[in-house]
Design a protein around this ligand. Structure first.
Ligand code: NAD
Length: 299
């Protein structure tokens, strides 16, 4: 009984699997070509986001019982085809919730108080006390697009900071302490908009030029969800036009980021898709992924 680890996975998780009597073949740099050659030997494979589990991989994986995604998004796996073939696709949906919610709150505060710009100014040896007048988040409205696990965790934290939280989520009927509303109403009301949706046909460029026309002037945007949910050219234009006062981005339509145009703007701050990049989340993701491997292989 063996499992193929296709992407870098927490060593403690690998140890847990081995302790359960399963052989671990750790190939964190395996290429797509190598994967196609060896996958028929394995009943289970573990991936993060680097490895693409395509139709070809699923066809070649004649012994595959399960694909375990150490993480949340399943964009790199052809889930429908796996289901058609009776191969289980398992992920670790709750393991990174706190980390992504905390990064979102970090961005909320960083945008409100211009922390990255002030840091750059200090590093340049300046003392620009008057240039960086911030704003309080307390008393402001946070509009969530998507209020599942991470959106709700962000809401709890924002409410504790004294914010009013509203949300647009057509698949949720009721949420404690959050007023659900249509997207247009949220766009008109929110001082901050934070996205927490998967990337689907419905959410593709959900913030586009038409949406930016409807936002409050001075709104700040945060995206720690998935690339492709914001039209990046429209965001660039909305910032240039003074409609959007700032944006914090962790995810991009193309990753690694191909066009750094947005980062030429002082109003844009961000990170290279590190929402789940904490020690705690990595350990939790690894542990839950290991449990899923053991469950599928040992029953
Ligand atoms: P979730 O499934 O718990 O919540 C997603 C919510 O989006 C659901 O409530 C769903 O009803 C809602 N939704 C779906 N379609 C919608 C639409 N058209 N309009 C509005 N709402 C819609 O997922 P989650 O765990 O909260 O994760 C949210 C997102 O964060 C996912 O895209 C996930 O991949 C991403 N994520 C990013 C990182 C990172 O590193 N930045 C890490 C983990 C998760």
């Amino acid at each position: 009984m063996k499992v193929l680890i296709c992407d870098a996975t927490d060593p403690k998780a690998l140890k847990l699997i081995e302790e359960a009597g399963i052989e671990v073949v750790n190939q964190p740099d395996i290429t797509p070509e190598e994967l196609l050659e060896v996958i028929s030997e394995y009943p289970c494979m573990v991936v993060r986001s680097r490895t693409k589990v395509t139709k070809a991989v699923l066809d070649a994986g004649t012994s595959l019982k399960s694909v375990v995604r150490a993480g949340v998004g399943l964009d790199n796996i052809d889930v429908a085809y796996a289901q058609e073939k009776g191969i289980k696709v398992l992920n670790t949906p709750s393991a990174s919730t706190q980390s992504v919610a905390e990064l979102t709150i970090a961005y909320l505060m960083a945008l409100a108080r211009n922390i990255p710009l002030m840091t750059a100014s200090m590093k340049a040896g300046k003392w620009e006390k008057k240039s960086f007048v911030g704003s309080e988040v307390s008393g402001k409205t946070l509009g969530l697009i998507g209020s599942g696990r991470i959106g709700s965790a962000v809401a709890d934290r924002a409410i504790a900071l004294g914010m009013t939280v509203v949300a647009f989520d057509p698949y949720v009927t009721e949420l404690p302490n959050i007023t659900l509303m249509e997207l247009d109403e949220l766009l008109a009301r929110a001082d901050y908009i934070s996205l927490h949706v998967p990337h689907t046909d419905e959410t593709h460029n959900i913030l586009d030029a038409a949406a930016f026309d409807k936002v409050k002037t001075g709104v700040r945007i945060i995206n720690c969800s998935r690339g492709g949910t914001i039209d990046e050219d429209a965001l660039y234009q909305a910032i240039q036009d003074g409609k959007v006062a700032g944006a914090a981005l962790d995810v991009y339509a193309e990753e690694p980021l191909a066009d750094p145009k947005l980062y030429s703007l002082d109003q844009v701050i961000g990170s290279p898709h590190v929402g789940a990049g904490t020690k705690e989340a990595k350990a939790r993701v690894g542990e839950v992924a290991a449990q899923k491997v053991i469950e599928t292989l040992k029953g």
